[in-house]
Ligand binder design. Structure first.
Ligand SMILES: Nc1nc2c(ncn2[C@@H]2O[C@H](COP(=O)(O)OP(=O)(O)OP(=O)(O)O)[C@@H](O)[C@H]2O)c(=O)[nH]1
Length: 217
């Protein structure tokens, strides 16, 4: 008999990509989330993938997490994983201004490759335990979050602060996006929307004829 899979057959599989400059803590965040372990040493990643099952709002989800290389020499692989990734953790270190600058280019590349303005993303300011070495004020993180329309969390892989939260937030966004694109009721919803728009148009025509628009001469 074939060994039974530890994952339920009804689980959805979602592809997460962890991106950011070298040394910001991508591997440590992933290791904490998947294995609950803290890694003190620094061993630059080429590419590692992890598979884990989580429950989000009562739904079973299998996450395939790709921990990418921050170092420039491995950028050739980026196009491929940006295409296959469904959700992106954009990680910088709060102790390094240049690591935040690097995220801007990565985000633009994701939007260009996916040709979509609505890609699930979470911005993570990691190493929040190193407050004394902070180079990025919290307010700057929130300003970027507003500009990019993606949630911002300050996290620490060392203290495990907000580690689950960033992955779960991303998971929710990915599920929402999947639901929106695969909902079989979409066509009937569009029809209802069209009908209500027509009604609104008819009403505004009526308003226009009784209250002519003001014209400034
Ligand atoms: N104090 C502190 N150190 C951290 C934290 N996260 C990671 N580090 C340390 O930062 C170093 C780099 O961490 P990694 O997780 O390997 O960084 P990475 O982003 O995966 O690096 P690349 O593989 O080169 O892309 C390691 O020595 C970690 O122990 C954190 O939240 N707080």
């Amino acid at each position: 008999m074939a060994p039974r899979s530890p994952y339920s057959s009804s689980s959805r599989e979602l592809h997460v990509v962890v991106l950011g400059a070298g040394g910001v803590g991508k591997s440590c965040l992933t290791a904490q989330f998947v294995h609950n372990e803290w890694i003190e040493s620094y061993d630059p990643t080429i590419e590692d993938s992890y598979r884990t099952q989580v429950q989000v709002d009562g739904r079973q989800v299998i996450l395939e997490i790709l921990d990418t290389a921050g170092t420039e020499q491995f950028v050739a692989m980026r196009d491929l994983y940006m295409k296959t990734g469904q959700g992106f953790l954009l990680v910088f270190s709060i102790t390094s201004a240049s690591s935040l600058n690097e995220l801007e280019g990565l985000r633009e590349e994701i939007l260009r490759i996916k040709d979509d303005d609505n890609v699930p993303m979470v911005i993570v300011g990691n190493k929040a335990d190193l407050e004394e070495g902070r180079a990025i004020p919290r307010a700057k993180g929130f300003a970027i979050s507003q500009k990019w329309g993606a949630p911002y969390y300050e996290a620490s892989a060392r203290t495990r602060t907000n580690v689950d939260e960033v992955f779960i937030d991303l998971c929710r966004q990915m599920l929402r996006k999947e639901d929106d694109t695969t909902d079989p009721d979409d066509s009937s919803r569009i029809d209802a929307l069209k009908a209500s728009n027509n009604k609104r148009r008819r009403r505004s025509k009526f308003r226009d004829s009784t209250h002519p628009r003001c014209v400034i001469l």
